[in-house]
Write a protein that binds this ligand. Structure first.
Ligand code: NAP
Length: 397
């Protein structure tokens, strides 16, 4: 079973704000606890920098991470997300600086995001800040290392491919180690024991610290964890998609694996970015929601019931909808960490404020009952993407 005692190198990352607090307290000649109390009563920004940490398997991180999933836009210098937001590379770098300086420690990206571009931006942004973060990235798609094109067959977790990808990632990320390397999707051609065996070798070589799986089958998790303790599972989880509650979260609890939620804001839906009549663009770049059944014109009006509920709770708690959505995730288990994506510094500040938002047990019960009464219509993902979730790796020969 995964030990909860290994906090070694990540403690560098998570202790930095604490050291900052102690140093500031010493400079001001006040007790750290007094400074901490003043800080938490002050702005969210300040409290984020000294906020509580939470366990994520063997790691400790700030409760809200940052997702860095960007690709090249059609105009030179423009960087776009998977939806409708765009900015430029210097702004992306400033956003990461802002996040880390405000206390964020978990930075998530992937080889496939761009491909390569997101890792390059993260690598550049983390120069001088590398030791303050837990750097999480992913491998697993069959991407040509030069052209960035995905090869037919799409997935590739063969040992020699993993080793080559990690070398390229270390260069792009401008670092000597990856803190958490996640298999983006289970490869139905490669036994998980071979994958984890390769990751174990890379851990021994000091190139990785921990590993995780994204959207894996349950038996694959058990087999992987038996081969080498897994740090995290990264699955979609939010008020919009509660699939992990049935079996994945209980398995994480049983095995001591941390849980990272992707699309914790329901692809912007829960944060108020979608209306009943929203239509998503398919050109020049496709907004992923344009091909996702739960955002189709015929189901959106009914699904807006969830947006209304989140907005009502935001008013009640004097918070933003994004904060309610993220704080609800944080309230589920102490080892759950969302990684909202954003291109907007004001949104980033709001999202970090979720770490301060609490629900009383009575509020939790009321909110859960209201959520339980809403039935989301339309499938979570386009069929071809959904096929890659919950896959079991083939048996060891
Ligand atoms: N493992 C996997 O397979 C997988 C799959 C998908 C994503 N991920 C990871 O998960 C991360 C987050 O997921 P995601 O980006 O798909 O979805 P998300 O975090 O649920 O939503 C992102 C969207 O919400 C908007 N937003 C963020 N904060 C907001 C705020 N405070 N107010 C209003 N709108 C706000 C963003 O627009 P603005 O830019 O305007 O803020 C963006 O359109 C990704 O960056 C990536 O690292 C992993």
């Amino acid at each position: 079973m995964t030990s909860y005692t290994d906090r070694s190198s990540s403690s560098d990352a998570v202790d930095a704000p604490r050291r900052q607090l102690l140093a500031t307290a010493a400079l001001l000649g006040v007790a750290p606890s007094l400074l901490s109390a003043c800080a938490s009563a002050a702005t969210t920004a300040t409290s984020a920098a000294v906020g509580a940490r939470r366990r994520l398997g063997p790691l400790e991180v700030f409760p809200v991470g940052l997702g860095c999933q960007w690709r090249q836009g059609t105009a030179p210098g423009v960087v776009v997300d998977s939806y409708s937001s765009a900015f430029d590379r210097p702004s992306a770098i400033r956003l990461i600086h802002e996040a880390v300086d405000r206390g964020v420690t978990l930075i998530d990206t992937a080889e496939a995001y761009g491909p390569f571009l997101s890792e390059e931006i993260v690598g550049e942004a983390l120069q001088g800040r590398r030791d303050r973060v837990v750097l999480e990235t992913k491998f697993g798609f069959d991407i040509d290392p030069v052209s960035g094109q995905r090869r037919p067959g799409r997935l590739n977790s063969r040992p020699e491919h993993i080793r080559a990808v990690v070398e390229a990632q270390l260069k792009r990320l401008r670092t000597d180690r990856i803190d958490v390397l996640i298999q983006h999707r289970v490869d139905p051609q490669v036994p998980i024991e071979e994958v984890v065996g390769t990751l174990k070798d890379l851990i021994r070589a000091g190139k990785l610290r921990h590993y995780g799986l994204s959207e894996p089958g349950l038996q694959t998790v058990r087999r992987a964890h038996a081969e080498h303790p897994m740090a995290v599972i990264q699955n979609e989880y939010s008020m919009l998609w509660r699939g992990p509650e049935a079996a994945v979260l209980p398995l994480c609890e049983e095995l001591g694996i941390g849980f990272v939620c992707w699309s914790p804001l329901g692809m912007g839906f829960l944060a108020g970015g979608v209306q009943a009549d929203s239509r998503f663009k398919t050109a020049p770049v496709t907004d992923f929601r344009a091909i996702s059944p739960r955002f189709a014109p015929e189901v959106l009006p009914a699904n807006m019931a969830l947006v209304d509920l989140v907005r009502d709770w935001a008013q009640r708690k004097s918070a933003t909808p994004s904060q309610v959505a993220l704080a609800w995730l944080l309230s589920r288990k102490p080892w759950i960490v969302p990684i909202p994506g954003t291109t907007n510094a004001a949104h980033l500040h709001q999202n970090l404020g979720a770490a301060e938002l609490r629900f009383t047990p009575a509020e939790r019960a009321e909110l859960d009952a209201a959520l339980g009464a809403i039935r989301i219509q339309g499938d979570r993902l386009p069929p071809a993407v959904a096929l890659m979730s919950g896959v079991e790796a083939p048996p060891k020969p």
